[in-house]
Design a binder for this molecule. Structure first.
Ligand code: KG4
Length: 341
């Protein structure tokens, strides 16, 4: 008998629902929230209100596009954390309501585990190479920068992580001071393609082990702007593309240095990348180039699975369903990340 999982993702500012049948994607609907653009960042209270408005139409659309009815569902997988508490509660409460109405199990999913497992979502008629365990995953998003040793879908060990800002945060904050809007990562990426990555030099951190730091880079970027703007008030406008290219190149360098170190340390030569920043062309090219140079097998996710989506939640749900690993109906959401999940 087939397993049909409805996945629900609501940890930050995207409301998403997806349906998977035996690991193959039938639908993946994402409603992004534009309400935050005016504030230059996600406003938690507005996010949870928008999730409340979006969740019913998004889930209905996912079920409709999948060509099934809710009676066909085997279980509902939802993001339990980490994320914004109010946003998470919308997904959890909806999952609880629907699962109890349909009398089917509920499956809790760690959002970060979802990002890693996005590599295992299969699509009809799309051949795909998936990693074998163990592999390394560079998880880079707006809230996290981690190197994870993935031993199995449920055994993931964080072997390196940021001690301050995340890579996506560095993109977003630097974009904000240049007046490029939110989220700034995609805009920087676009402008970087037209600029000179060697034009400006920004500070690179010296952090022990496999941990990351991006706050020094952010400060160095701000100091450059401050000093140059004193000399020329149009400095940003005139140098936008070069600033973006140089910033992106520095972030990619910082990320890749630790990935090289992680491969050396663990001897694992399969490297995947996940999370919103894995959409960045510099990150993708950088990792592919290292793969070619050192003979690693590199896994880049399709663009639609880089940012938050429910397909990645549903695939973890599929694995847990087969293990009969369900979640009690009184489970609370959790806002914070833990080292081991
Ligand atoms: O994974 P995600 O959708 O949300 C979480 O943080 O969980 O990641 C969002 C982050 C933002 O910081 C955004 O600026 C960044 O991913 N991002 C990018 C690109 N696309 C999204 N950063 C650099 N280049 C991109 N092309």
């Amino acid at each position: 008998m087939s397993t049909i999982i409805l996945g629900i993702e609501s940890s930050c500012d995207d409301t998403s629902a997806a349906v998977l049948k035996d690991g193959v994607l039938l639908s993946n609907v994402i409603a992004s929230q534009s309400v935050h653009e005016a504030y230059g960042g996600v406003v938690p209270e507005l996010a949870s209100r928008a999730h409340q408005q979006n969740i019913v139409p998004v889930v209905s659309e996912a079920i409709k596009r999948a060509g099934i009815t809710s009676a066909d569902l085997s279980a509902i997988a939802f993001t339990r954390g980490p994320g914004l508490m109010g946003s998470l509660l919308v997904g959890l409460s909806f999952a609880k309501g629907l699962a109890s109405a349909l009398n089917i199990p509920m499956i809790d999913v760690n959002h970060l585990q979802g990002h890693v497992m996005a590599h295992f979502v299969m699509e009809k008629d799309v051949p795909k190479d998936v990693p074998t365990y163990p592999f390394l995953c560079l998880l880079v998003s707006g809230g996290n920068s981690q190197i994870i040793r993935v031993n199995s879908y449920k055994d993931m060990e964080v072997i390196g992580q940021t001690i301050d800002d995340a890579a996506g945060e560095a993109f977003d904050k630097c974009a904000k001071v240049m007046g490029l809007g939110y989220p700034g990562g995609p805009v920087i990426n676009r402008l970087a393609n037209e600029g000179d990555p060697k034009k400006f030099k920004f500070a690179k951190p010296h952090i022990e082990g496999l941990n990351y730091s991006f706050s020094g880079l952010k400060t160095s970027f701000l100091y450059t702007l401050r000093d140059e703007l004193k000399k020329d008030p149009d400095f940003i406008e005139k140098n936008k593309a070069d600033l973006c290219a140089s910033l992106q190149a520095t972030i990619v360098d910082i990320l890749m240095d630790k990935v090289k170190k992680a491969v050396k340390q663990t001897g694992i030569k399969q490297v995947a990348v996940s999370g919103g920043v894995s959409a960045n062309s510099g990150v993708r090219d950088g990792l592919s180039a290292l793969g070619e140079k050192y003979g690693w097998k590199v896994f880049l996710p399709p663009f639609k699975f880089t940012t938050d989506n429910a397909a990645m939640i549903a695939i973890v749900g599929q694995h847990k369903f087969l293990d009969r690993d369900f979640c009690p109906f009184d489970a609370p959401s959790f806002a914070r990340v833990t080292d081991k999940f």
